[in-house]
Design a protein around this ligand. Sequence first.
Ligand code: NAP
Ligand code: FE
Length: 366
Amino acid sequence: MELSYAIPTKVFAGNNIILQKSDFLTNLGTRALLVTGHSSAQKSGALADVENILAKQQISYAIFSDVEENPSMETVIQGAKIAQKKEIDFVVGIGGGSPLDAAKAISIMAASKCSEETLFTQSGLDYFPVAAIPTTAGTGSEITPYAVITDWKSRRKRTLPTNLFPEVCFLDANYTASVPPQVAVNTAIDALSHLIEGYLTRNTNPYSDALAEKGLAIFAECLQFIQERKFQQEVREKLLLASNLAGMVIAIARTSIPHFLGYQLTLEKGIAHGKANGLLLQSFLAFHQDQKRVKIILEKLGFVNLSELGSFLKEILSVGSEEHFTEADLQLYLQNAANNLEKLRNHPYPATVEDLYTIYEESLLN
Ligand code: NAP
Ligand code: FE
């Protein structure tokens, strides 16, 4: 039996954990670049904690706070220029998946001094050590080797071929307290998509299965609170843990069709990443050939059948509020998605263009 499990990121979780484990941050280097979104790092309180720790140890740092949602290559280039100018030797990503992914990409580009084209196409490039501090409970980027960067030239969200696991991540649910409720819902559904997709790809193994099953069980304990939008501390702790476990799942098993099709909804309609996946989940699960595994997922979550999961998702994602899709939209998405087939290869069975159209149609036109 051939198996592999190799997730090197150190995880520290708990209230004010970064203050207790600050050595694991300060040992990473002597000059840092802090990579953040526009305001989440401040609102969450994480930026202040990091700045205090670095100042105490007299570690100099610069802040790059221009990362937008679904970060673009242009933003990465800008951040890498600052990193090189300031001669930094480690990077701290603070924020949702967007700043964390940008931090990874900036670290690679600054250390390897590569071009945009090389960053998008070459694996195994050099990088500076990265610490990751999530302020959303969703992407698991703090423990995955992936950085998803938007390439507006080809209208694609592209995963960089260089694998970069953060050296260390700090999970503190205090940092997710300021997340607006709809963002908390959308990001939770991204974590759920990782658990579900990662349980159903061709790359699953006993490690990813165990992590996914535990993650689904923890997620099940949060369902009612997500529905009621009551994100008290205990729920946020569970969601942050479930999201981290889900990150480990996709670090091993990767994602598949919902992420593959969902990227188009984000690019073309600006739909949040987690919501985009959530819109497609029910139809994807109905289509999936391994219904035995689908049944285990539903059982772990405590849903009696797929349509119950579908109704839950519809309700919490406030579907129908802003999105309107036409048949022509769906054809366009399929054409564009054809440039980005890598994720489709993670699906264990052949999927035709008609199959994919049906998933879009069932999810978006009915
Ligand atoms: P995000 O794009 O990082 O953030 C969404 C919004 O939430 C932003 O407006 C952000 O504000 C705000 N926000 C974040 N934390 C907050 C806080 N504590 N308080 C108040 N506001 C807060 O959302 P995300 O869903 O976490 O990340 C999505 C990105 O991750 C996508 O690009 C997706 O492709 C990627 N992703 C990566 C992986 C991976 O393995 N690498 C996996 C799944 C998804 P600011 O603008 O101020 O930051
Ligand atoms: Fe995702």
